[in-house]
Design a binder for this molecule. Structure first.
Ligand code: GDP
Ligand code: IMO
Ligand code: MG
Length: 439
């Protein structure tokens, strides 16, 4: 103990990388528990930017135990490239551990992801095309290839052959593609196995051992609540469970190992890819917000859709994750925007009002936000480090959010840099806050 979970409370890119980096300083283990290289987690230290797709956001502390848990799907090409990139920047990778039970993204998963989106045409989800969905589908079909399989060429080849068979029909145009050649695929993955072997481990046991000796474990979520395959805006979701409950499944920890659950939200909302977005802002104002927040995807570079903060969705996220704390990032981006709007209910197509997040897809698709207006502020807050120094209007804005959602705010982001944060009293009193040296 303690176990602290960090999850996205919106549609992703809330700043999980930054907060995990911050809290990782005194953590004994950071473990990713779901998703794959669809994630892009940014850390800015001393003006230098780092982007992580698979490697946990604690890796910049030399020797820090950083595990990729069993719930993650791993493209070994992306992982080895990411490792090479970090080595080239002299990052100490000795603390990295990769679950032997994690599933592997295979070349056919990438092809299937592309083909699936092309087939959907206008109805496409707007995936990152990294093979995430098809890989999780194979896992559920019990046709997945796991990290440990790379260490035994014979088994690997047999498993790939079995997994490839049902793909042949759907990938007919690629049937002769060298990418789908059984022998060369096997050899390629055996090579990855050799390169990754030193990191392969029983990450569940490492998690238990750390918790059982009273170490601090940070469970690093990827994607976010509203992209959850069960609880998000299905089918416009990812193929894993980014909600907090998944921290257990994807790492091997048990529910009683979790002590705090931090939900990250921006002070507004963004979404990449297709799907409902009741508070979306079109036009020049939205464009301005996108530019002010540099809202372009970390993984795909796509412009993110932007909108007002959605407190209906956020309250839903608070309940489903049983959030103990909120961390609000990018408050600085709202500076100078004039009167701010916060969405407190939805209005359906027929004028009906929804106080709660609607479970029905068609209702949600036709819903738009109904708002309350709050005063904005013009002061530059990027240098503010204490709650008292924040302008009154920002404090009112934050208080409104916390009251409405029913969860205390522990941390406020006022810029991309690792030091550009404000701890609140609730944050300082938390296990996460107490784990950070300079608080
Ligand atoms: P993640 O996927 O949740 O880790 O988030 P991303 O890294 O994809 O996107 C968040 C972006 O916002 C990154 O470029 C961060 O550097 C940046 N960021 C994080 N916190 C803040 C903040 O408080 N203010 C500003 N201006 N930028 C922030
Ligand atoms: P981080 O961890 C934002 C979105 C994609 C698409 C949908 C499904 O950086 O917050 P997928 O490739 O997962 O099958 O795509 O999910 N998506 C993300 N959006 N941040 C992410 O990760 C995302 N990972 C996937 O844009 O709409
Ligand atoms: Mg991201």
């Amino acid at each position: 103990m303690p176990g602290i979970v960090i999850v996205g409370a919106q549609w992703g890119d809330e700043g999980k990388g930054k907060v995990v980096d911050l809290l990782a300083e005194n953590a004994d283990l950071v473990i990713r528990f779901q998703g794959g290289n669809n994630a892009g987690h940014t850390i800015v230290r001393d003006g230098v930017e780092w982007k992580f797709h698979l490697i946990p956001s604690g890796i910049l502390y030399p020797g820090k135990l950083c595990a990729i848990g069993n719930g993650v799907v791993i493209d070994p090409k992306v992982l080895t490239d990411e490792l090479d990139g970090l080595r080239a920047r002299s990052v100490d990778l000795s603390g990295l551990r990769v679950s032997a039970n994690a599933h592997l993204i295979m070349p056919y998963h990438l092809l299937l992801d592309h083909a699936g989106e092309a087939r959907l045409g206008k109805l496409q989800i707007g995936t990152t095309r990294r093979g995430i969905g098809p890989c999780y589908a194979d896992k559920a079909s019990r046709l997945g290839i796991r990290v440990q399989d790379m260490l035994d060429e014979k088994i690997l080849k047999k498993k790939i052959a079995a997994a490839l068979e049902p793909k042949r029909l759907s990938l007919r145009p690629f049937a002769k593609s060298p990418e789908l050649d059984l022998q060369s695929m096997t050899e390629e993955y055996v090579t990855y196995g050799h390169r990754l072997e030193q990191y392969i481990a029983d990450t569940s046991r490492i998690t238990w051992d750390t918790l059982d000796r009273d170490g601090t474990v940070l469970f690093e979520g990827a994607q976010a609540t509203m992209l959850d395959i069960d609880h998000g805006t299905y089918p416009f979701v990812t193929s894993s469970n980014p909600v907090a409950a998944s921290a257990c499944i994807g790492s091997g920890a048990g529910p009683r190992d979790i002590d705090e659950i931090w939900g990250l939200t921006k002070a507004y909302t963004t979404r990449v890819g297709a799907g409902p977005f009741p508070t979306e802002l079109d036009g020049a104002f939205g464009d301005g917000l996108r530019e002010a927040g540099h809202e372009y995807g970390t993984t795909t570079g796509r412009p993110r859709r932007v909108g007002w903060i959605d407190l209906v969705a956020l309250r839903y996220a608070a309940r489903i994750n049983t959030l103990t704390h909120l961390a609000i990032t990018k408050l600085d981006v709202l500076t100078g925007l004039g009167t701010l709007r916060v969405c407190t209910s939805y209005r359906g197509a027929d004028g009906a009002s929804f106080a709660n997040f609607p479970y029905h897809q068609s209702v949600l698709h036709q819903s738009v936000g109904a708002y309350e207006e709050l005063s904005g502020w013009d002061e530059d807050i990027t240098q503010v480090r204490t709650e008292e120094d924040l302008p009154a209007a920002t404090r009112d804005y934050l208080a409104f959010v916390a009251d409405f959602v029913g969860v205390p705010i522990g941390l406020i982001g006022v810029g991309p840099g690792r030091d550009q944060i404000v701890w609140t009293g609730a944050g300082r009193d938390s296990l996460a806050g107490r784990a950070v040296a300079q608080v």
